[in-house]
Design a protein around this ligand. Structure first.
Ligand SMILES: Nc1nc2c(c(=O)[nH]1)N[C@H]1C(S)=C(S)[C@@H](COP(=O)(O)O)O[C@H]1N2
Ligand SMILES: [Mo]
Length: 413
């Protein structure tokens, strides 16, 4: 069957550096990147547990598969895992594009399928390409605060990841022998020694990657990898600072949040009436016996603690501030319970973050605060006045602002 004209003709693709070795080396680098991104992504899911308030970081959820009590130490654990997820994710994009470039003639194979085996192989590739593009596009959009999708990002990105990992696994099983052969025949790094003048096409292959009628080289293989690697490094350097915080923030020229202490959701958009945060505000403690009500003055008269702790947002930024407030475990004791989880309810009338549950370990951690002040001053309305949660190590989504109710639930010690 004669292929249609254009890219379906094998002589259309002429790059002299396409071939199994080129694809293998790009795939190997990509594999390192997507492994880091996948592991940290699933960890983030376990830490975030988006099904508030049935939140898997509470002990009650610990018997579900893939859930565990996310640790509170070190306090920067989530800033690290999520910083890696976002930064490595973004820095992997140039390698993803280069890898797709290296195999693009395969997209136009004619006829598209010949045997049931090629049908399966191409189905796997289709899923892999579609899910990786979906993951990288939605992830980048989310980290850039561009919520243009008409679907729930958290769920879609999670299920996209499940499809991606499954397709990647199948792809590895199918393609590992091809990569190994390319490395065995060409050497793992040997082709990087050639300059442009010494760059020769790989020998003809049965996969159709090597050009039938190669053009003269305009870039060496190491030139291509250097170019892609430099792009990747630039993206990494321009973003990593947002997760490192402090002086490194200055370097985060590509990050959407340039300020030292970002506001995730400003007070004015969460529809909390001004009266609710005025003098009549009372914190309600539940769980033991009768409900306990405390004013801000009551709280400020308690044993106050000051801790320097980060807010680490799922979207990649982290911000270290010095918080002052009352320990959650002191409030649990006031409510009349000892070891307990706490479900936090915000004054915010709607939205995903109005309810959060923290594990008993988080409540017991002496650094976990109901914060009243930050950096020596009263919290601003945007940062959660009259009171907010600050728990070390957890994602920012659990650092509930404008707290109204702390509902403790005793657990077996
Ligand atoms: N009630 C409420 N609390 C909230 C949020 C929210 O939307 N509503 N956003 C959370 C998220 S996603 C983050 S990252 C932090 C950001 O805190 P900041 O605005 O003080 O920096 O607040 C958390 N607490
Ligand atoms: Mo966040």
């Amino acid at each position: 069957m004669k292929p249609p004209p254009g890219p379906f003709r094998p002589d259309f693709w002429r790059s002299p550096i396409r071939g199994p070795w080129m694809t293998a080396i790009l795939g190997s680098i990509l594999l390192v990147g997507v492994t880091i991104v996948s592991v940290t992504g699933f960890l983030s899911h376990a830490a975030y547990e988006p099904d508030f308030p049935a939140n898997a970081i509470v002990d009650a959820g610990a018997d579900l598969p893939l859930t565990f009590n996310w640790p509170t130490s070190p306090s920067w654990i989530y800033a690290l895992t999520q910083g890696l997820h976002v930064t490595v994710g973004l820095a992997t994009i140039p390698f993803l594009l280069a890898k797709l470039w290296s195999v693009i003639p395969r997209l136009f194979t004619w006829p598209p399928v010949t045997t049931p085996a090629t049908m399966i192989e191409r189905g796997v590739i289709g899923l892999l390409v579609a899910s990786s593009i979906f993951q990288f596009v939605t992830g980048t959009m989310n980290a850039q605060y561009w919520y243009a999708f008409g679907f729930d990002f958290v769920r879609a990105h999670y299920w996209g990841a499940v499809v991606f990992v499954a397709a990647l696994f199948a792809h590895l099983v199918i393609k590992l022998p091809v990569a190994r052969r390319a490395y065995r025949d060409r050497g793992v790094l040997k082709p990087l020694r050639d300059d442009i003048a010494g760059t020769r096409p790989e020998p003809p292959d049965e996969h159709g990657l090597v050009a039938r009628e190669p053009a003269d080289p305009t870039i060496s293989r190491r030139g291509l990898l250097g170019f892609v690697g430099a792009g990747s490094l630039l993206i990494a350097l321009g973003n990593a600072g947002q997760s490192l915080g402090g002086p490194f923030k200055e370097l985060a020229i590509f990050a959407p949040r340039q300020e030292d202490f970002p506001v995730n959701k400003p007070f004015e958009i969460v529809s909390i009436p001004m009266e609710a945060v005025g003098d009549s505000w009372r914190l309600k403690l539940r769980g033991g016996g009768e409900e306990v009500e405390l004013s801000r003055a009551d709280l400020l008269a308690m044993d106050l603690r000051t801790e320097k702790l980060p807010i680490a947002c799922v979207e990649g930024w982290a911000s270290w501030q010095t918080w002052t407030g009352v320990r959650l475990r002191d409030l649990a004791a006031l409510a009349g319970v000892d070891r307990a989880t706490v479900t936090v309810e915000s004054l915010q009338p709607g939205g995903r973050f109005r309810l959060t549950t923290h594990s008993a370990d988080a409540v017991a951690d002496e650094r976990s605060l109901l914060a009243l002040q930050v950096n020596g001053e009263d919290l601003s309305l945007d940062h959660g006045f009259p009171a907010r949660i600050i728990v070390p190590g957890v994602p920012g989504v659990h650092q509930t602002k404008w707290v109204e109710i702390l509902d403790f639930e005793a657990v077996e010690a």
